[in-house]
Design a protein around this ligand. Structure first.
Ligand code: NAD
Length: 301
């Protein structure tokens, strides 16, 4: 049993350290519209996460909420060096000139001089003539220019990783991919780790789908913890970086209270056994996902 109560840090291959637990902001608020009301709501909710002790926030150009995240950061008064802020390149911005332009827009919206981590949100292998390599090169140029802390990718499979690494020689620091008890995503995780890249697990609670799972409920009852806490603890013990999302203050605090207990090897194995393979996905498959936001379709579904 561990007595750890602070959030561990993971050292990335470029030597920078990221808090292993953060706060996810997809659908904070639900409709991705940067209206004044929505921006105020995002600022309030992200403010709760920062007040609770979270120092790592995961946002994206396509979430439409970077201004609200920025307002929460400014209001918190937390020194910049104590925060880890990630955003992601939107699917409409893959052309190299758009990488740089949209990065500047992201900084402006967040009110920051530099991001800690900028991710290519999706590889989009069926768009842009299949060229995600020059997109990746443009992102790594931001690091070389000293304007970005670290560059990474999201939703990359083995072949996508191989290609950008072979063609540019630059290895992403993280790969942010869907992973949770119903979708272990083993092949993507193995490919990611084979390059020394850290794994960030998105939708760590399967967007809430795992919360009724009897096998985890049983473990949670035995531990005196909630199903969400046991599931997040399973990720932590698998060395995943996670950032659960919630719009409820008490759940945000609950999701942070996962460092005062540990799962046994048998409990870990019981949760590992829930993997449903491809059927367990809650999000799109990166091989075919090709949605680009527009005024008509601001949401992927
Ligand atoms: P999640 O797995 O974090 O689940 C969120 C849902 O679980 C919430 O809507 C809430 O209903 C429920 N929940 C959270 N805490 C709870 C608790 N303690 N008790 C009961 N219910 C609780 O789903 P997510 O938001 O999709 O994923 C987390 C983050 O991952 C996102 O916010 C985003 O930052 C990131 N993400 C990235 C990608 C990508 O393509 N890179 C895709 C999806 C999500």
């Amino acid at each position: 049993m561990t007595t750890e109560t602070t959030i561990p840090a993971i050292t990335l291959h470029d030597g920078r350290t990221i808090p292993q637990l953060g706060f996810g902001t997809l659908s904070v608020p639900p409709d991705r519209e940067p209206t004044p009301d929505n921006t105020a709501k995002t600022a309030e909710v992200v403010g709760w996460a920062l007040e609770a002790g979270i120092r790592h926030v995961d946002t994206a150009q396509m979430y439409g909420n970077e201004r609200g995240v920025g307002q929460a950061i400014a209001k918190s008064g937390i020194p910049r060096e104590e925060l880890w802020i990630t955003s992601k390149l939107g699917n409409a911005n893959h052309h190299p000139a758009d990488v740089e332009r949209s990065y500047e827009e992201t900084l402006d919206k967040l009110g920051l001089e530099q991001l800690d981590l900028f991710l290519m949100h999706w590889p989009l292998p069926t768009l842009y003539d299949g060229d995600y390599v020059s997109t990746w090169k443009a992102m790594t140029d931001l690091v070389d220019d000293g304007r970005l802390g670290s560059a990474g990718v999201s939703n990359f499979h083995a072949e996508h990783l191989e290609r950008i690494i072979t063609e540019t020689g630059v290895i992403p620091v993280v790969n942010q991919i869907e992973a949770h008890p119903y979708f272990a995503n083993t092949s993507a995780i193995e490919a990611t780790r084979s390059h020394g890249i850290a794994v960030e697990a998105w939708s760590p609670l399967g967007q809430g789908t795992v919360l009724e799972e009897p096998a985890i409920t049983e473990i949670a009852a035995a531990k005196g913890k909630t199903v969400a806490q046991v599931t997040l603890r399973w990720h932590i013990q698998h060395d995943h970086i996670v950032f659960p999302k919630s719009m409820h203050r008490e759940r945000i605090q609950e999701n942070l209270a996962i460092f005062d207990f540990a799962l046994s090897p048998d409990e870990m194995t019981a949760i590992d056994a829930l993997d449903r393979g491809e059927e367990g996905r809650v999000g799109p498959n990166p091989e075919t996902f090709a949605w680009v936001p527009s005024a008509e379709t601001p949401n992927p579904r």
